[in-house]
Design a protein around this ligand. Structure first.
Ligand code: PGA
Ligand code: ZN
Length: 405
């Protein structure tokens, strides 16, 4: 689903991404149902929007992002944007931003930085090495094991480090007889290992093997929604399937923190599992506790999280919020409350690279776009390299993560 926006003679196009492990609080990606693409077509939603809404958008001021945002939200004010879906407004608001950048002869990140009145900073990457869960046919229970080059002094150095970590992980998987030619949804490696911990050991050993102990660390995306059913977490432990309650589940994965260089854990409890989030409060001083499906890039949900001090970081996915500027508002709220912000792609990602400009222009601090493989991922790394070589902004180099090392 793509949107085209013209501002005068300047045209920009933006494509909405989609997720595989979506939460129930995020803006919908409204599919048509029926036969076309087995029900996944979005043609009807687009036609309805074009008929009922598009004419009222013509003539809005191209530089007034809030006016466009407001207009779209007035048309559908439900949190999950159930009338037209979030994919349409997110694509329109991003295309409007990119068209305005062209019109004002600026880079997209400069427009965001000027809008937020902040100095641009290149983000620290959080890079997928090994996948399970909904991104790899449940090869292991948890969704992503990622590497962060915390001590890298530039983005290009960090990218080379994580590439080496992925290669070393790949070699050790191959030496155990696994097929390493296939890649998961986000370009990570995958294999049906005996346990989550076995996969963490592989990545942890790979970090040491390439000489990066203490210089690169591990992040996990547990994506706990996918494991939660009837109030229990269904996981594999010592070769058996077990059902854990919230406290035991958090205790299960937090035992890994003593053994491996893990500094960030995302969605360590399901989106509405209050006991699970409460159980993570004790870890907030120790690691980055990151909420994805829990907050769904919605300011109102973040407000609740802030009031409970249950985490210290939020994932920002523009299509969860439904418009670009709703996402930016949530990001700003997190930063004002000293939470870390990680701008993130989706598993169903596109070939575009505006996400990098969003992360850089908003000085988000961190970015998560999958692995070093698959061109929808490398499009983002290539844009970051371009900005690095243009010396467009300083590199974050992990200040916001240092306290957890
Ligand atoms: P997605 O999730 O598959 O819904 O895009 C990615 C993530 O959980 O970070
Ligand atoms: Zn996630």
């Amino acid at each position: 689903m793509a949107a085209r926006v013209h501002i005068g003679s300047h045209l920009a196009i933006a494509i909405a991404p989609a997720g595989a492990s979506t939460g129930s609080h995020e803006a919908l990606f409204l599919r048509d149902g029926g036969d076309s693409y087995d029900g996944k077509s979005v043609q009807q939603a687009i036609e309805r929007f074009a008929r009922e809404v598009s004419p009222s958008l013509i003539g809005l001021a191209g530089n007034d992002f809030y006016e466009l945002d407001r207009a779209l939200r007035t048309i559908d004010s439900s949190a999950t944007q159930s009338r037209y879906g979030g994919h349409i407004p997110v694509a329109i608001t991003i295309a409007a931003w990119l068209a305005y950048a062209k019109q004002s002869n600026s880079q997209p990140f400069e427009v965001i930085a000027a809008h937020l009145n902040c100095a641009p900073v290149l983000p620290m990457p959080m890079v997928n090495i090994f996948s399970g869960g909904a991104h790899a046919a449940s090869a292991i229970d948890i969704q992503d094991i990622l590497a962060i080059p915390t001590r890298a002094s530039s983005f290009s150095e960090g990218l080379e480090w994580v590439w080496r970590i992925r290669e070393a992980t790949k070699k050790s998987l191959a030496s155990k007889g696994f097929d390493t030619s296939l890649v998961a949804d986000e370009g990570g490696l995958t294999a049906r290992l005996g346990s989550d911990e076995e996969a963490i050991v592989l990545v942890s050993d790979a970090i040491s093997e390439v000489g990066l102990s203490g210089k690169a660390h591990i992040a996990l995306d547990i994506a706990a929604n996918q494991l939660f059913s009837d109030g229990k977490y269904l996981i594999h432990k010592n070769g058996n399937e077990v059902a854990l309650d919230s406290e035991d589940f958090v205790a299960h994965w937090s035992a890994w923190l003593d053994k491996y260089p893990i500094i960030s854990v995302e969605d360590g409890a399901a989106e509405d599992d209050e006991s699970g989030w409460l159980a993570q409060r004790a870890l907030v001083a120790r690691i980055q506790i990151l909420g994805d499906d829990r907050y769904a890039t919605q300011s109102s949900r973040l407000e609740v999280g802030l009031s409970k001090s249950e985490a210290n970081a939020i994932l920002i996915k523009p299509n969860q919020a439904g418009t670009l500027f709703a996402a930016i508002s949530t990001l700003g709220l997190a930063k004002r409350n000293n939470w870390n912000t990680v701008v993130s792609a989706r598993s169903g990602e596109t070939e575009e690279s505006w996400l990098v400009d969003l992360a850089t222009g908003s000085a988000a601090g961190q970015i998560k776009v999958g692995s070093t493989h698959r061109s929808e991922r490398t499009a983002k790394w290539n844009r970051l390299l371009e900005l690095t070589y243009d010396e467009a902004a300083p590199f974050n180099s992990g200040q916001s993560l240092r306290k957890f090392i």
